[in-house]
Ligand binder design. Structure first.
Ligand SMILES: Nc1nc2c(ncn2[C@@H]2O[C@H](COP(=O)(O)OP(=O)(O)OP(=O)(O)O)[C@@H](O)[C@H]2O)c(=O)[nH]1
Ligand SMILES: [Mg+2]
Length: 490
């Protein structure tokens, strides 16, 4: 047995418990599901579930007859009672025989009415018969531990559940089907071949490794690195699809930030007045513009704060400057730039430097209906990389141009269904980047004719980092970090 498999088996022993949880969301619903997995599942089901097919509806004793052996994957209608024989609810009960189940263990699924009381009572009765309450994500963790799915698929389950829009949903479905796993496994297989060849050459150091062999290894590692980099570079579009483009509207008070927010949302979401300092906290909303998910934030106008509340609001606005993908800076075009404007422009510049090209900046010279004092060139001088527009938001003019610019900026990075693997997971991205770095190290070591041991070590590390993605080489901390984010009952 390989070391990896052995490790998995040791872990499995810890999971010999029978676990149970309510798998549907809290609250009232049409139906609610309690799920149980583990060796006691079948015996608990036989004890508490009485199918109507076994006898008269009123006679639970008769229906609970010992000889009831449920057919796997067969839906039975009957009653579920507690350990005292008191009926809790009419339910549909399904038995999944191991290994043909989600967890590869015996599973019993109890579909009751969506009554929180029924569900709680059913769960309690399972526990009193020897099951224990499952931890968050434990069913999926079992599916992973028992080798039914890999770690990237387990994560896809969670992404699927939490997907809010079509794009992340589509990506999750792909990942759930094992597409990412397949690609990673293929790359790892190539690396394994290379490792074998390197090892042979290390083991027989006398036979000087041929010049040609060196060049072949370099070429092959380069191709592998390209593949790894390609998947890693999909992370940006993946992130946008999953989280939306973080777009913040900033500027000094009274320039029209909330007016822009409302115009984009098409509703009076933020309060607009001519009193500077109207918006005191940030307001965040999701919008979809031509299929691009945008997370739009209206912030408090940045100035010397009048009081503590405003100060907190302004601090938040400043934080947004640094954490956004796109900044929309508004200035009042009907008057000269004020000191406050210059201060904000400085902040934007700093954020731009910090972000290393990732931050997009749009400046709109607003209120051009009452004056055109500020010229586009002036702003261009101050922020050379910004896109400069004009608007008159009070006349509903200019918001669309701003959105179009956002669309242009990101359309290169948007997700389409034809694209191959797109990663949305920070953990995967980090592992891929690490793997790519180790591949570079291996290539450089080969080029420099360093000892083959060096090449072997770095190639092996590249191999292991890829293994983290699918869970082959993921340590306990990684697994815990992945599964603790799950919801209960999944
Ligand atoms: N003339 C003119 N007035 C505008 C325009 N856009 C906004 N205003 C007005 O400017 C005032 C301030 O607008 P807001 O949208 O509240 O400005 P803000 O930037 O959110 O202000 P704070 O929340 O105080 O930071 C309101 O009276 C708006 O009606 C415009 O294009 N032209
Ligand atoms: Mg405002």
């Amino acid at each position: 047995m390989s070391k990896e498999l052995k490790k998995r088996d040791d872990k499995k022993d810890k999971y010999k418990d029978t676990i149970a949880a309510i798998s549907t969301p809290a609250g009232e619903g049409g139906i609610g599901i309690v799920r149980m997995s583990g060796p006691l599942s079948l015996s608990i089901m036989k004890k508490l579930f009485a199918p109507f097919s076994k006898g008269r509806k009123s006679n639970i004793k008769e229906r609970l007859a010992e000889d009831f052996i449920p057919k796997p994957r067969y839906a039975y209608f009957g009653t579920f009672s507690d350990s005292n024989g008191d009926i809790i609810d009419d339910v549909i009960c399904i038995y999944f025989k191991e290994p043909s189940s989600y967890t590869r263990e015996d599973i019993v699924e109890i579909q009751a009415h969506g009554s929180p009381v029924s569900l709680r009572k059913i769960l309690n009765s399972l526990v009193s018969e020897g099951a224990r309450i499952a931890e968050a994500g434990e069913f999926t963790k079992l599916a992973f531990m028992n080798g039914r799915i890999d770690l990237s698929q387990a994560e896809a389950v969670m992404d699927l559940i939490s997907a809010k829009t079509d794009a992340p949903h589509g990506i999750a479905i792909k990942q759930l089907s094992g597409l990412l796993k397949l690609e990673i496994e293929e790359i790892r297989e190539n690396l394994r071949d290379i490792l074998a060849r390197i090892t042979v050459n290390i083991d027989f150091p006398d036979e000087d490794i041929e010049q040609e062999e060196y060049r072949d290894l370099i070429d092959e590692l380069k191709i592998i690195k390209l593949k790894v980099d390609k998947i890693a570079s999909s992370a940006n579009s993946g992130k946008i699809a999953k989280e939306g483009i973080k777009t913040s509207i900033i500027g000094r008070p009274n320039v029209g930030k909330s007016s822009l927010m409302n115009l984009i949302l098409g509703e009076d979401r933020a309060i607009v007045t001519n009193i500077p300092g109207t918006t005191r906290d940030f307001i965040e909303e999701q919008v979809n513009y031509k299929g691009i998910p945008i997370v739009l934030t209206d912030t408090a106008g940045i100035r010397n704060p009048a009081d503590e509340v405003e100060k907190i609001g302004i601090d938040r606005a400043k934080n947004y400057i640094e954490s956004s993908d796109v900044l929309i800076l508004l200035v009042d075009g009907s008057e000269e730039l004020r000191e406050e404007d210059y201060k904000i422009i400085d902040m934007v510049k700093k954020a731009e430097e910090l972000s290393q090209q990732d931050l997009h900046i749009i400046v709109s010279i607003n209120k051009i209906d009452i004056g055109k004092i500020i010229k586009k060139e002036k702003i261009k001088q101050l922020l050379p990389k910004a896109i400069v527009l004009e608007s008159s938001l009070i006349e509903y003019d200019g918001a669309e141009n701003i959105l179009d610019e956002i669309e242009k900026m990101v359309s290169a990075g948007t997700v389409t269904s034809e694209m191959g693997n797109i990663i949305t997971n920070e953990r995967h991205k980090t592992a891929l980047i690490h793997s790519s770095l180790e591949l570079s190290n291996a290539i450089n070591a080969l080029k420099a004719k360093e000892p083959l041991e060096m090449v072997e070590i770095t190639t092996h590390m590249a191999y292991d980092f890829l293994g983290e993605i699918i869970g082959e080489t993921a340590g306990e901390e990684i697994l815990d970090a992945v599964f603790e984010k799950f919801c209960l009952g999944k």
